[in-house]
Design a protein around this ligand. Structure first.
Ligand code: UDX
Length: 443
């Protein structure tokens, strides 16, 4: 068997930090590189700069083996490794829906300029189709002529909150634009998950780039589809949660990602569908773009719908009304508030003059950093104290399991809006609450 390649990981955000730690856990020697000295220092000290279940324990364990370390010295990281994973961010640009590729270009350039021996560059970041081909030209222009370097794409599908599990046991491993040599290297890197049954898809570079964005676009479409149906349910006095369960029994449809409610947010889905919308238009695939545009519009409309329900619950205006907001993270099991629908709604009500108090079991600090003008509580009870209306905007277990009978007397008016479809309407109504949900009957 070929010896295990040495790994560098460029970018130590959610993706890169998890990838670096996981590659070490698979037995390889790994160096993680980031331009941010604070991130590098934290990781080297065994601290994960964000909330991700299981990652801190694995980081500590792998640092202790001596296989894993972090650096801000890119030349040293590139000289050390044989396989370089590009895991930097591709945020939405300020002026359009396009992805900002400057970090990907900077990381690839840094690798190319510092190569000391033959190497494989593996793109993992989510990029518009066609990026890999451009990066190959960049590498050819910047790398020493006496080294052999390949660039391939190996997209990452990890979910926040399940990042370690998704990296160590991926649903599939996509290898795009490989030669037999680089395919063999990647198969060596992923030998353990492959042996454990993760399927491998070998394809060309553009297909690999598109698999990733299409997967996210499909998930987003599924969510907006059920939210569109939810609005029909509401108008027809039907219940979307029961409907989704019934749809889900069809194995061709599946129950996952059919939870109607406040819609999708986070650092990936919203920006990825917009980037695909933009790229599809550039490529002349206008209908694909129009479909994604609808997905985005339906999704953003859900936020407006919840705001309307809150206004309605307060008799038409929230001016000086108390609004208790349960949930700030874009989904449970994370402290991430990037494009969080929950905070978006909270901030909109605050702008309309409401006194908003937010509670989230993990995302209080990150929320406060982004939205310092909102009020923050340290418990469910404190958040609902004196509230005219209570909004459940992220489906943390703590909220789903809350006791409505104990909470009702703490509020001014026992009004609850379940924007995630996880509360039991009957239980809340029996405890005296006026209950509204998205896609559910009003009475
Ligand atoms: C997503 C993809 O799942 C992952 O494969 C990709 O690599 C990155 O983007 P993530 O952003 O971590 O992962 O979140 P995900 O679990 O997909 O949830 C996205 C959003 O959709 C959340 O805001 C969630 O609340 C919402 N959602 C999800 C729904 O509104 N309804 C559902 O049924 C499922």
């Amino acid at each position: 068997d070929a010896p295990a390649p040495r790994i560098s990981v460029l970018g130590t955000g959610y993706l890169g930090a998890t990838h670096a730690v996981s590659m070490a856990a698979l037995g390889m020697e790994v160096v993680g590189y980031d331009t941010d000295p604070a991130k590098v220092a934290a990781l080297q000290a065994g601290k994960v700069p964000f909330f991700e279940p299981g990652l801190p324990e694995l980081l500590e364990e792998q640092l202790a083996t001596g296989r894993l370390r972090f650096t801000t010295d890119v030349a040293e990281a590139v000289a050390f490794a044989d396989v370089h994973f590009v895991c930097v961010g591709t945020p939405q640009t300020k002026t359009s829906h396009a992805a900002n590729l400057s970090f990907v270009e900077a990381a690839t350039t840094a690798i190319a300029e510092n190569l000391t021996h033959d190497a494989l560059i593996v793109g993992k970041s989510t990029v518009p189709v066609g990026t890999g081909a451009r990066l190959r030209e960049l590498v050819a222009a910047k790398a020493r002529q006496d080294v052999r370097v390949e660039l391939v794409w190996n997209p990452e599908f990890l979910r926040e909150g399940k990042a370690v599990q998704d990296t160590l046991h991926p649903d599939r491993i996509v290898m795009g634009g490989t030669t037999p040599e680089s395919e063999a290297v990647l198969r060596r890197v992923y030998a353990t998950p492959i042996a454990e049954g993760s399927p491998v898809v070998v394809c060309d570079l553009p297909t690999a780039e598109l698999v990733k964005v299409s997967a996210n676009a499909f998930l987003a479409t599924k969510i907006s589809f059920i939210n569109a149906i939810a609005s029909v349910c509401e108008a027809a006095d039907a219940d979307v949660t029961v409907l989704a369960d019934a749809l889900g029994h069809d194995v061709r449809i599946g129950r996952q990602f059919l939870d109607a409610g406040l819609g999708f947010g986070g650092g990936c889905l919203p920006k990825d569908i917009r980037a695909l919308m933009h790229r599809a238009n550039e490529l002349g695939a206008h209908q694909a773009s129009a479909l994604l545009q609808q997905v985005d519009e339906i999704n953003m409309g859900q936020r407006g719908r919840v705001i309307d329900l809150a206004l309605e619950a307060c008799g038409g205006s929230v001016l000086n009304r108390r609004v208790g907001v349960l949930g700030a993270a874009f989904k449970p099991q994370t402290d991430d508030v990037r494009d969080s629908p929950a905070l978006n709604v909270a901030a909109a009500l605050h702008l309309r003059g409401a006194q908003v108090t937010v509670y989230d079991p993990e995302a209080g600090d990150t929320a406060r950093a982004s939205f310092p003008t909102l009020g923050y509580a340290t418990s469910v009870e404190e958040a609902v104290e004196g509230a005219d209306v209570v909004l459940v905007l992220t489906e943390w277990d703590e909220f789903v399991g809350a006791e409505p009978a104990t909470l009702a007397p703490l509020t001014q008016h026992a009004n609850v809006i379940d924007a995630r479809g996880k509360l039991d309407p009957q239980r809340w109504r029996q405890a005296g609450w006026s209950f509204r949900g998205l896609g559910r009957t009003a009475a």
